[in-house]
Design a protein around this ligand. Structure first.
Ligand SMILES: Cc1cc2nc3c(=O)[nH]c(=O)nc-3n(C[C@H](O)[C@H](O)[C@H](O)COP(=O)(O)OP(=O)(O)OC[C@H]3O[C@@H](n4cnc5c(N)ncnc54)[C@H](O)[C@@H]3O)c2cc1C
Length: 409
């Protein structure tokens, strides 16, 4: 399996292997993954997507199947039960799943990237050995707890606190909008990375497991606009005793963990938008070929041609940018913050515009639940909010660029 190339190249003292990293001529490993994903999506994901969206239900069996295929630990080292692949492979996974079921894709992303990849990089050997095999197989469902009812974008102002008491930290606070917070209304997810303060604007990371005293499933967020096949919940920490052994890294390293993980998180969310745009383009092309008006296929009308052509150009531009950033992104270090922000800023809007264009090309049919594009349109909106709002990306990007204009190249 392909390793994290940039990291390996850096370790070996060489530059990245640009020649073998061609989006349109993938390595054998990436080509095999693409084929596995194509079959999985066609045979197992597509058929259940509309129903799980309608019923707002997480497909636990499909999640385990994704584990069998190695998709839940795609970037995790093989020694810990993962596929040991790179950021390009992660992007492939989330683009492919999101051509069909972005809601299921989001549940996989929260587990495989926000939790599992995060632990693989920021945990110690004992934590990795104990948790990762269960996470990569899908036996345990994981998630990440950053957002709070009063604090989202302004993350350093979080209120969840961890206070040392004897042999444990007492964790108190509430996290909200947590993907995989539960499996259903009654059942808490299995394991979470929770960010909490251990001092004045000092954040640390903790592993919190189902069954710990005082750890409860709070409100379920029902009737979401989109991403309805993922379960979103509030989680309550009522003085949870978290053993010292469950702290990731040192006290105060939480902000670093967050920053390391945000790059791959934003890039894979951008990949979700690519999947949405790709599918919307395919649907609108099919429809424009079939549908007739005024005695002609609607593909003959200039305004329809504009929707198709603009969507294609934007999709290709976003795709090139996302994959190009993926091949430069190290899974274990920061360094691509600007491009991770910018790819998500751009691709999220491309995905939403593509879904909007597809609905327009399909006319009344586009508005109806029988057609996939209205579901994709609803799902696409999340990508302008989750993992950083558009405005957060504007803020971060302009700050970095104004400080160092040489970044533009
Ligand atoms: C379906 C779903 C799943 C999610 N999954 C998770 C998860 O698994 N784990 C997790 O921790 N979180 C999760 N989130 C939370 C998500 O990351 C936050 O909603 C997001 O970061 C925004 O925070 P907020 O909702 O508190 O909005 P706020 O931060 O309150 O923002 C409100 C508005 O103010 C704007 N704003 C805020 N600050 C500024 C500024 N400085 N300049 C300009 N504008 C600003 C924002 O852009 C936005 O438009 C999820 C959210 C959703 C909807």
């Amino acid at each position: 399996m392909a390793r994290d190339r940039t990291q390996r190249a850096v370790e070996e003292g060489a530059g990245p292997d640009w020649q073998s990293l061609d989006l349109f001529a993938p390595t054998p490993e990436h080509a095999l993954l693409a084929e596995t994903l194509r079959e999985f999506v066609e045979r197992e994901v597509e058929g259940q997507a509309a129903e799980h969206d309608r019923d707002e239900r997480f497909n636990h069996a499909l999640f385990r199947r994704a584990g069998e295929l190695g998709l839940l630990g795609v970037t995790v080292p093989e020694a810990h039960g993962g596929a040991g692949m790179d950021a390009i492979a992660a992007v492939q996974v989330f683009e492919a799943l999101s051509t069909s079921d972005p809601g299921f894709g989001l549940a996989v992303l929260a587990h495989a990237i926000l939790f599992t990849q995060n632990l693989a990089v920021n945990g110690n050997d004992e934590q990795r050995g104990r948790v990762l095999p269960k996470a990569t197989s899908g036996e345990w469902i994981g998630g990440l707890c950053m957002t709070e009812p009063e604090v989202g974008t302004d993350v350093l102002a979080m209120r969840t606190r961890a206070v040392r008491e004897g042999e444990v930290y007492r964790l108190s606070g509430t996290k909200t909008f947590i993907t995989n917070g539960g499996i259903d209304e009654e059942t808490l997810g299995d394991v979470f990375i929770v960010y909490a303060t251990t001092g004045e604007r000092e954040i640390s990371s903790f592993l919190v497991e189902k069954g710990m005293e005082g750890f409860q499933l709070g409100q379920k967020w029902s009737d979401k606009l989109g991403m309805r096949a993922s379960f979103t919940a509030e989680l309550v920490f009522d003085g949870v005793p978290v053993p010292f052994a469950n702290r990731l890294g040192e006290e105060g390293e939480g902000t670093l963990h967050m920053m390391r993980n945000l790059e791959i998180e934003r890039l894979t969310l951008a990949a979700q938008a690519l999947g949405i745009a790709q599918r919307c383009l395919a649907v609108m092309i099919d429809y424009a070929n079939e549908r007739k008006a005024f005695g002609r296929p609607i593909r003959d009308f200039g305004q329809i041609q504009r929707y198709i052509a603009e969507t294609f150009a934007e999709y290709r531009a976003a795709r090139s940018y996302v994959y190009d950033t993926a091949r430069r992104l190290s899974l274990s270090a920061t360094g691509q913050r600007v491009d991770a922000d910018a790819t998500k800023l751009f691709a999220a809007q491309v995905g939403k515009r593509a879904a909007d264009a597809a609905i327009q090309v399909l006319g009344g049919n586009g508005y109806m639940g029988e057609y996939v594009v209205q579901r994709l349109w609803r799902d696409a909106k999340l990508l302008e909010i989750g993992g950083g709002t558009l405005e957060a990306h504007h803020k971060n990007l302009s700050k970095d660029l104004c400080r160092d204009p040489s970044i533009i190249g």
